[in-house]
Design a binder for this molecule. Structure first.
Ligand code: PLP
Length: 411
């Protein structure tokens, strides 16, 4: 039987044709296609500026540069995130102030964030920004993120790597708004396994023209925009370096893919939501797992479908569980080992697992199941059958469920 990978990108003839057309056009690096991708992305999001870059990591780095993060300052980062969110803070020799996660949606725990900001201030640190990550594509408690930002004078930079698209209502019954609507800068990823992809790629979006200008300049060697315009528009050879910038521009080949993917983003989201719904139906009666929580005032991108194993009801651990799924040809992943448990952050800041207890407790329980638009209902059924058979063979014998079952049968 064919295996079910953890992820398969949805690339159609539209993307392939667009790449061929771009290759034939003779313009391979940043040019008209990238301009078009940025324009379509900013309209899609309803934000004024979209700066295309070659990764979300680059976008996050440029965002922190644009707000003027300084060495020695602190930035609030959830521990339950990917390497990128915190490493960009370290690029400035600034400190990622790791905060714990909420155990229902795995997003940043607002109360913990408040406590840790207070502690940092008591230590005399300057806290400059907060970087909420919308875990799996479900927007975090942005209303209270904004409150914190207001109270402590923080810039808000969203790591929206999972959120193309994601929407929310700030208050129950209020109007729906997109990710990025309530922050200073919002960063997206088009990595190969994200909701839309360009292979590698990212976008930094903002309504603030100064941030947008600065990010554009710094994404391309610090060459000033006006100079760059002169350089490209009329073929002039002249340009000026205004700062030691980076090399983060997106190619037209990638942008050609991105334009086509963006046009399918809503359809991809609907396909993922259907798969999530089907998983939820089929797994509802499996007592040994906890299904993902969907908040009522959210439109979830369903980038990830993460289950929790109730390890006390099983005789195997997560690693064995994943190995058994792999044996059945089913790919999975883990999002993530919390940052504070990785050697670098442990050793640099002296974190113990229990310092951020929710994340540390969740980590051994979480498994991300396959979910991508090309998945069929039959694929979901196979994953679920696999899960159920593994659980059936590995129930914790101490709970005595087997005994109860056979006793009932005798009667
Ligand atoms: C994938 C991911 C990133 C990094 O995206 P790249 O485009 O690969 O740089 C950042 N943050 C989160 C939460 C991610 O999942």
């Amino acid at each position: 039987m064919q295996s079910i990978p953890f992820h398969k990108p949805s690339i159609g003839s539209e993307e392939i044709d667009a790449v061929v057309e771009t290759l034939k056009s003779g313009w391979l690096t940043t040019g008209p296609k990238t301009k078009e991708f940025e324009a379509e992305f900013s309209i899609y999001l309803g934000l004024k500026h979209a700066v295309a870059v070659n990764s979300c990591t680059a976008a996050l780095h440029l965002a922190l540069e644009a707000i003027g993060l300084q060495a020695g300052e602190s930035v609030v980062v959830p521990t339950m995130t990917f390497a990128a969110t915190a490493e960009v803070v370290r690029y400035f020799n600034a400190r990622p102030l790791l905060v714990d996660c909420d155990t229902t949606d795995f997003n940043l725990d607002i109360r913990d964030a408040g406590c840790r900001i207070e502690q940092a201030l008591e230590r005399g640190e300057k806290v400059r920004a907060i970087m909420p990550v919308h875990y799996g594509g479900q927007i975090c408690d942005m209303k209270n993120v904004q409150k914190l930002a207001l109270r402590y004078g923080l810039k808000v930079i969203e790591d929206a790597a999972h959120c193309c698209p994601a929407y929310y209502q700030m208050n129950p019954g209020s109007s729906w708004q997109t990710v990025g609507a309530a922050s200073d800068i919002c960063c997206f990823s088009f990595y190969a396994n994200k909701t839309i992809t360009t292979g590698e790629g990212g976008m930094a979006c903002t309504d603030n023209p100064e941030y947008a200008d600065r990010m554009r300049i710094m994404a391309l060697h610090g060459i000033s925009r006006d100079a760059w315009k002169r350089f490209t528009a009329d073929g002039s050879w002249y340009y000026e370096i205004t700062a030691p910038g980076f090399k983060y521009n997106l190619t037209d080949i990638a942008s050609a893919i991105g334009i086509q993917q963006l046009r399918k983003a809503d359809a991809f989201q609907r396909a993922r939501a259907c798969l999530a719904q089907y998983y939820t139906e089929l797994l509802a009666d499996v007592e040994e797992i906890v299904l993902p929580t969907q908040r009522s005032n959210r439109l979830h991108s369903w980038h990830l479908f993460v289950i929790r194993l109730k390890l006390d009801q099983l005789s195997i651990d997560r690693a064995a569980f994943i190995a058994e799924l792999k044996h059945l040809g089913i790919g999975t992943s883990v999002h993530w080992m919390p940052l504070h448990m990785h050697p670098y952050y442990r050793e640099t800041y002296g974190y113990q697992p229990a310092d951020l207890p929710n994340a540390a407790e969740l980590y051994p329980q979480i498994v991300s199941l396959p979910i991508y638009p090309g998945m069929t209902e039959g694929d979901v059924e196979r994953v679920v059958d696999g899960l159920k058979s593994i659980i059936g063979r590995n129930r914790n014998p101490k709970l005595g469920r087997g005994v109860v079952a056979s006793a009932t049968m005798k009667v």
